[in-house]
Design a protein around this ligand. Structure first.
Ligand code: CA
Length: 234
């Protein structure tokens, strides 16, 4: 697949991981630029055109959160955070201050490339293209114009809240959406921290669309973070 030579900036101080990532990116047609410190990353971002940044949280000179905060004051560049498994809280705050997605170490080259494709696709879509009205993941379909959802071409009857939840996840298809963001979207700006209501709503929706709600294929749980609608469920 030709990626039009998009340039990915890999900010990572571990040379082995950096090489693995660049090898995978170049194999898929991307141009790989690297920085091993936050200072070098900020210098490169200011000086060179970059299409997406992969940002390791544990850098020697500056916290990844601070790098993202500074970047977000002047740029909407897609950013995927790369973190260790025990950094759940940090992941959530990074998503809340504007990271597009995250990858947890260790990850496969396929996972990496899929996340990058999704993030770039969302960026291009925001760049002016008309908003989509029909969304699909495997046998699950949502037609926003007709306000209807289908599974295997059969209409599924959703409550208004279930429909809103599914629509919001589809608008962010393939990307993780945090619990906070969903509460704010579905219950409004004065939302409480009623995560139980969201869990109940999600469980109800899953019962209608998942063959096995305990092992969902469409609405995936991101433990400690939120949910992700499968980019292309089998
Ligand atoms: Ca590191």
């Amino acid at each position: 697949m030709n990626n039009l030579h998009e340039t990915i900036l890999v900010v990572e101080d571990d040379a082995q991981i950096r090489n693995f990532i660049c090898f995978a990116l170049q194999g898929d047609g991307y141009v790989c630029r690297t920085a091993d410190t936050a200072a070098e990353a900020m210098r490169l971002l200011a000086a060179e055109p970059v299409d997406l940044m992969l940002l390791d949280l544990g850098l020697p000179d500056l916290d990844g959160t601070e790098v993202l905060r500074r970047l977000r004051s002047w740029s909407e560049l897609p950013v995927i955070v790369v973190s260790a498994r025990d950094q759940d809280r940090e992941k959530v705050s990074l998503l809340d201050i504007g990271a597009d997605d995250y990858l947890t170490k260790p990850f496969s080259a396929n996972e990496l490339l899929a996340r990058i494709r999704v993030a770039l696709r969302h960026m291009y879509r925001q760049g002016g293209a008309k908003e989509k009205t029909v969304y699909q993941s495997g046998a699950l379909k949502l037609d926003a114009e007709r306000h209807m959802a289908f599974l295997n071409e059969q209409e599924i009857h959703l409550t208004p809240m279930e429909y809103n939840l599914l629509l919001y996840l589809f608008k962010n298809q393939g990307k993780v959406v945090t619990t906070n963001e969903l509460l704010r979207q579905l219950w409004g700006a004065n939302y409480g921290q009623d995560t139980q209501a969201l869990r109940t709503l999600t469980a109800g929706l899953r019962r209608k669309i998942e063959k096995s709600p305990a092992r969902p294929r469409y609405i995936l749980t991101e433990v400690g973070v939120g949910y992700r609608l499968a980019d292309d469920a089998e």
